[in-house]
Design a protein around this ligand. Structure first.
Ligand SMILES: Nc1ncnc2c1ncn2[C@@H]1O[C@H](COP(=O)(O)OP(=O)(O)OP(=O)(O)O)[C@@H](O)[C@H]1O
Length: 607
C-alpha cells in the first residue's frame, strides 16, 4: 500500500449507523415494510387456492367452481403485483433518501479531515470512497436491501401459511435450517475481512493510477515508466488476489444455501405422501405445502445473491463513515482567538518547536522565532533543510510535536479551523479554481461568508486582474473551473491571491507562490502579491534571492535548525551561512547592499 489508509468504522458502529439512517425516515420505512408484508401475505393465497382446486378436482367439481378459483387466483396475482409495485416505489424513495444523507454527511466528513491527514493518506483512498463506495451503497440501497426485506417477510409469512395449512407438514421447513444457517454463519464470519481487503486493494489501484497520472511529466522525464508499471501491476495483482479470496467464499456459500432451500420441497413431497396415505392431510393441503416450499425458493435465492452486495455495501459504509474517525489535529478551545498579546499585537511566535512526520525522525529541532505583526521574514536554506515544514507549522497545517506556535498569544492548534484560516493563510503554487462563478471563487474565504461587489472588485484591482475580469462577457458571474471558462495559470494565481485579499488574513505564509511560472508571468504575479502582502505579517519561504533581500529579517534553516537570524545586511556582515549562500548563489563575494541590488537585478532579469 502506498499511502496511509484513512480510518474504517468498526462493524458494530456501522450497523448502528445503518439502522439509525433507516429509522430516520419512519413513514417511508413503515410503508415500504408494510407493502412488502402485504404482498407476501397476498402471495400465500395462491397455493391454498391451487390446493383447493386439486382437492375439488379429485373429489369431483363443476366448471363454474374451477372458473371461480381461476378468477380469484387472477385477482390475487394482480393485487400482489400492485402491492409489489407500491413496495418497490416506497423502498426506492427510502433508499434514495438514506443515500442522499450518507452522501451529504460524507462530504462534510471529508471536508473536516485535517489537511495534514488528507495529504498523508493520498488522494486514491478518498477518491475510491467517494466513487466506488458510494456506488456500492447505492446498489445495496436500491436493490439488495428491498430484496432481503422481501425474502425475510416472504419466508416468515410462508411459514405462518404452512402452519395454518398443516402444523405437522410445516416441520419440513426445518430441514433447510442447518445448511442455510451454517453456510450463512461461515460466510458472514469471513466475508467482512475479505471485502475490506478487496476495497483496500482497489483503493491502492486508484492511488497508483492517480499518482502516475498527476506525476506523468516527472515519470517521463526521469524514465520511471517501468517502475510505475511494476507498481501498477503489483497493485492490480493485489486486487486480483483479494477478489479471488471473496470469490472462494461465494463459491462455498451460494451452493450450500441453494442446497438448503431446495430440501424442504423434497421433504414436503416425501412427508406429504406419508401424511396423505395415512389420512393425516388432504391432497389439497399437501399440494399447498409443496407449493409454499417452492414459493420461498426464489426470494431466498435473490436474498442470497444480494447478500454479497449488502456485505460490500456495509464495508463501503464503514469506509464512508470511518472518515469522521480521523483524530483531530487541533485542540480547539471555546475561548481561543479572543486573546491578544499583552502589547495588543498579533505577533507570531514559534517557541521550542520540534516536529516529525508521523513516526519518522525529527525534521525540526528546537526552533525559536518571533515574527512581529507586519514584519516580513524570509526563510532560506538548502533543499530539504526544513523550510517548507517550518512554513506549514507557522500556517497551522501541522501541529508541533513539542513546543508551540502562537498568534497573538493563542496557540494555533487551539483556534477553530475557520478562525485559523481567516487569520493565517498559506499561499502555495497549487492554487485551485473551484467550479463555479468568479464571485463564488472570491467569496470562498471571506470572513463574513460573503463579500460585496465593491470589495471583490477592489481585490481584483489590487491584484491587477480587474481588466481581464471586466472583459469577460459575464464579469463576476462568469463560470470558471471544470466545464467553465478556462483560466491561464497567471489568472488562476491572481484569482487565488485576490481571494486572499478578500479573506484578509493577518499572516501570510508564501511558499513557492511564483516559482512554477515562467519569468514574465512571475513578474506579473509579483505585482499582485505586493498588494496582498502590504501591511501583513509575511513568512516567505525564499526560493529566489531578492525575496530574502526584500524581507525585514532572514532566518537561515539548516538540518531543521535556525542557524542564523537577522536582517540581510547583518547576516552578510556576519559572514556566516547566509553570506555563503548568498555568495554561492551569485558567485561573488558578499559585500552588502550593492551586491543585493545586483542580485535583485539578476533575479529580475531571470524573470
Ligand atoms: N510529507 C512528508 N513526509 C515525510 N517526510 C517529509 C515530508 N515532507 C518533507 N519531509 C522531510 O522533511 C525534511 C524537510 O523537508 P522540507 O520540504 O521542509 O525542506 P525544504 O527546506 O522546504 O526543502 P525544499 O526547498 O527542497 O522544498 C526533509 O528531510 C524531507 O524529506
Amino acid at each position: 500500500m502506498s499511502a496511509k489508509i484513512l480510518p474504517i468504522s468498526d462493524p458494530k458502529s456501522t450497523r448502528r449507523y445503518a439502522l439509525k439512517a433507516l429509522r430516520s425516515h419512519p413513514r417511508l420505512l413503515v410503508s415500504a415494510i408494510g407493502m412488502n408484508a402485504a404482498a407476501a401475505a397476498t402471495a400465500l393465497v395462491g397455493p391454498r387456492l391451487l390446493g383447493d382446486l386439486v382437492q375439488t378436482v379429485v373429489s369431483g367439481t363443476t366448471v363454474t367452481h374451477v372458473t371461480g378459483i381461476a378468477i380469484a387466483l387472477l385477482a390475487f396475482v394482480v393485487l400482489e403485483a400492485l402491492l409489489i409495485r407500491g413496495a418497490t416505489v416506497q423502498g426506492g424513495k427510502l433508499s434514495q433518501a438514506v443515500l442522499a444523507e450518507v452522501r451529504e454527511e460524507f462530504i462534510e466528513r471529508v471536508l473536516a479531515v485535517p489537511l495534514s491527514t488528507a495529504e498523508a493518506a493520498g488522494s486514491g483512498d478518498l477518491i475510491s470512497r467517494a466513487s466506488r463506495d458510494i456506488d456500492s451503497m447505492g446498489r445495496a440501497a436500491q436493490y439488495a436491501l428491498p430484496a432481503i426485506v422481501t425474502a425475510v417477510l416472504t419466508v416468515s409469512l410462508t411459514v405462518v401459511g404452512m402452519l395454518v395449512a398443516s402444523p405437522g407438514l410445516s416441520l419440513v421447513m426445518l430441514v433447510a435450517v442447518p445448511p442455510v444457517v451454517l453456510a450463512t454463519r461461515w460466510y458472514m464470519r469471513r466475508s467482512t475481512a475479505a471485502y475490506l481487503a478487496y476495497s483496500a486493494a482497489a483503493a491502492d489501484v486508484t492511488e497508483q493510477l492517480s499518482a502516475s497520472t498527476s506525476g506523468a511529466a516527472t515519470i517521463e522525464a526521469l524514465g520511471l515508466q517501468e517502475r510505475r508499471i511494476e507498481a501498477g501491476d503489483a497493485s492490480v495483482k493485489g486486487t486480483y488476489d483479494a477478489d479471488i479470496g471473496t470469490l472462494r467464499l461465494r463459491t462455498v456459500f451460494q451452493p450450500s444455501v441453494e442446497f438448503g432451500y431446495r430440501l424442504p420441497t423434497i421433504a414436503a413431497l416425501l412427508l406429504g405422501s406419508y401424511f396423505y396415505v395415512n389420512g393425516w392431510a388432504s391432497l389439497g393441503v399437501v399440494t399447498a405445502v409443496v407449493l409454499y416450499t417452492q414459493q420461498i425458493a426464489q426470494p431466498l435465492a435473490q436474498a442470497r445473491d444480494w447478500l454479497y452486495t449488502v456485505q460490500t455495501s456495509l464495508v463501503s459504509l464503514a469506509r464512508l463513515i470511518g472518515v469522521a474517525e480521523v483524530p483531530p489535529d487541533r485542540e480547539v478551545r471555546a475561548h481561543a482567538g479572543g486573546e491578544q498579546a499583552p502589547d495588543g499585537e498579533r505577533n507570531l511566535s514559534v517557541d521550542k518547536v520540534t516536529f516529525a512526520y508521523d513516526d519518522g525522525p525529527d525534521v525540526l529541532h528546537d526552533i525559536n522565532l518571533t515574527v512581529k505583526q507586519g514584519e516580513r521574514l524570509a526563510i532560506v536554506g538548502s533543499s530539504g533543510a526544513g523550510k517548507s515544514t517550518l512554513g506549514r507549522l507557522m500556517a497551522g497545517i501541522h501541529s508541533p510535536r513539542s513546543g508551540s506556535v502562537k498568534l497573538g498569544g493563542t496557540p494555533l492548534i487551539e483556534l477553530p479551523l475557520d478562525q485559523l484560516r481567516s487569520r493565517v493563510a498559506l499561499v502555495s503554487h497549487e492554487q485551485y479554481v473551484l467550479g463555479g462563478t468568479l464571485r463564488e471563487n472570491l467569496e470562498l474565504a471571506a470572513r463574513a461568508g460573503s463579500a460585496s461587489d465593491e470589495t471583490i472588485w477592489s481585490a481584483l484591482d489590487a491584484v491587477v486582474a480587474k481588466e481581464w475580469v471586466k472583459a469577460l462577457p459575464d464579469g463576476l458571474d462568469t463560470v470558471v473551473g471544470a466545464g467553465g471558462t478556462s483560466l491561464s495559470p497567471v489568472q488562476s494565481q491572481q484569482l487565488a491571491i485576490a481571494r486572499l485579499v478578500v479573506a484578509d488574513p493577518d499572516v501570510l505564509v508564501l511558499d513557492e507562490a511564483t516559482s512554477v511560472l515562467d519569468p514574465t508571468s512571475a513578474r506579473h504575479l509579483e505585482r499582485s502579491l505586493n498588494a496582498l502582502v502590504a501591511g501583513r505579517t509575511v513568512i516567505a519561504i525564499a526560493h529566489r534571492l531578492h525575496t530574502a533581500f526584500d524581507a525585514h529579517r532572514v532566518a537561515v534553516v539548516e538540518d531543521g535548525r535556525v542557524v542564523e537570524l537577522g536582517s540581510h545586511a547583518e547576516l552578510i556582515e556576519t559572514g556566516g551561512a547566509y553570506a555563503r549562500l548568498w555568495s554561492s548563489w551569485h558567485g561573488a563575494s558578499p559585500d552588502g547592499r550593492e551586491l543585493a541590488r545586483k542580485a535583485h537585478d539578476a533575479d529580475s532579469s531571470l524573470h
